[in-house]
Design a protein around this ligand. Structure first.
Ligand SMILES: Cc1ncc(COP(=O)(O)O)c(C=O)c1O
Length: 253
């Protein structure tokens, strides 16, 4: 526990709240949180579910109906085919990432994290005594990881590459071509798993199109964990619902 530090994001959230309490006009760019409320139809569905008595323990990985709905979403929005058994819902995308790394990273294992990065990734890796391997992505490359950089960073100890597009904090979106180049490198290193954090999928601007690496490299599916959730897409950050999809047996008992 001593190897990790409190989330700088939440330190900034607290600071912004304190400044607002002093009456200052603050635009907080700290937490990745939409500035509108959860849509009314979602709140009504939740109220109805509570009224129907859906307030008890569920299956650990989410109800069958929820997993079915996630499978339909992945197929409809992303062209990715998963069965409900290959999906696990959890208390936010962060929990999914934590669980996946917890289950697979041993002391000394390396996890490649393109920088700038979401602050939670390295702390999760450090908590597990893994080694975060940062690759600095330059402004000239729009803060995106280049294939040559990836090839250089991979070692026999590399366990995961974390890909986050659209990215927190840069907002950069990887194109299909860019993902294709990264996939070429990954094909040469079958021991590297890919965690694709798609949580900002719908926050794309300027005509950019969200693409998952599996759209251009379906052959990598067996070692790819797709992470997503409702926090950013539907302004449901406090609801704590995220999910992971993975066809392999890596995360199964
Ligand atoms: C890049 C990234 N991934 C995952 C998450 C986790 O979101 P949640 O746990 O709310 O699903 C966040 C939240 O800030 C994020 O910025």
């Amino acid at each position: 526990m001593n190897s990790i530090k409190p989330s700088p994001t939440f330190a900034m959230v607290a600071k912004a709240a304190a400044m607002m309490a002093e009456g200052k006009d603050v635009v907080s760019l700290s937490a990745g949180e939409p500035d509108y409320d959860t849509p009314q139809w979602i709140k009504e569905a939740a109220t109805q579910a509570m009224a129907n008595g859906q307030t008890k323990y569920t299956q650990v990985g989410g109800t069958v109906a929820l997993k079915q709905a996630i499978a339909e979403k992945l197929q409809k929005d992303n062209g990715l085919i998963y069965t409900p058994e290959q999906i696990m819902a959890s208390t936010g995308g962060k929990q999914v990432i934590f669980n996946a790394l917890m289950a697979t990273v041993s002391a000394g294992d390396e996890v490649i994290i393109p920088a700038p990065y979401w602050v939670s990734y390295p702390d999760i890796v450090c908590l597990l005594e893994g080694i975060p391997v940062f690759i600095t992505c330059s402004i000239e490359n729009q803060f995106k990881l280049q294939a040559e950089q990836l090839a250089k960073a991979i070692t026999p100890k590399t366990k995961w590459l974390i890909l986050n597009s659209p990215s927190n904090p840069t907002g950069c979106v990887y194109s299909a071509d860019e993902l294709h180049s990264l996939a070429e490198v990954l094909r040469d290193h079958p021991h590297v798993n890919i965690l694709t954090d798609d949580i900002y999928e719908y926050l794309v601007y300027d005509g950019k199109i969200f693409t998952n690496i599996l759209n251009v490299a379906p052959d990598l599916a067996d070692r790819t964990l797709v992470v997503n959730g409702v926090s950013k897409a539907y302004s449901m950050t406090g609801w704590r619902i995220g999910y992971g999809a993975d066809p392999s047996t890596l995360f199964k008992p």
